[in-house]
Design a protein around this ligand. Structure first.
Ligand code: ZN
Length: 178
């Protein structure tokens, strides 16, 4: 990278900005899904799977709605995308999640060969809202975050109000805690 001309560097920066804007747009979509999920009686999480700039699947958390403890938004979206494409592997996909994926969802993305996972809220935000993501990782691995997040293609991108789904969750008086 050191031998790139200044012009090329400038182009690279522009591309990166565009990528970030694209990432933010899909992350906002995942956050909106998470808020909608709360209003529909689901949990405060949303996920979107994008291939070549197109949304191929999107889902909210369905745990209580489906009585399925594995029905996290990311898992639901992965299942939906794989079925839609007729292929269990999604090597060209990016998974956008409203919140940092739990170990189960990271593993599901790994099995689906998804090379890139982008999320908005850190898992600490979920923990503060009463969700046990950090505890699970701690029990499994003795630590709350992956050792090599870059190997999982995992990255956090800042967008406005990533905690909006949890705010909606706490404001919903008839929520079904799980
Ligand atoms: Zn999960």
């Amino acid at each position: 990278m050191n031998n790139l001309s200044p012009d090329t560097d400038t182009d690279t920066d522009t591309d990166t900005d565009t990528d970030t804007d694209t990432d933010k747009a899909f992350l906002r979509q995942a956050i909106r899904l998470a808020v909608t999920s709360v209003h529909n009686g689901g949990g405060p999480f949303g996920a979107v799977i994008v291939i070549n700039g197109e949304v191929v699947a999107s889902a909210g958390n369905q745990v209580t709605l489906n009585c399925d403890p594995t029905a996290h938004a990311e898992v639901e979206a992965i299942r939906m995308a794989a079925r839609a494409l007729g292929d269990p592997h999604l090597p060209d996909a990016t998974l956008y999640a409203s919140c940092e994926p739990c170990p189960m969802c990271l593993a599901a993305a790994h099995w689906a060969h998804i090379p890139r996972i982008v999320f908005a809220a850190p898992q600490e935000t979920a923990n503060q809202a009463g969700f046990a993501d950090g505890n699970i990782a701690e029990q499994l691995y003795g630590q709350t975050h992956p050792v090599r997040p870059q190997r999982l293609g995992l990255c956090q991108i800042d967008v406005e109000d990533p905690a909006a789904p949890f705010t909606a969750w706490h404001l919903k008086h008839d929520r079904q805690a799980y």
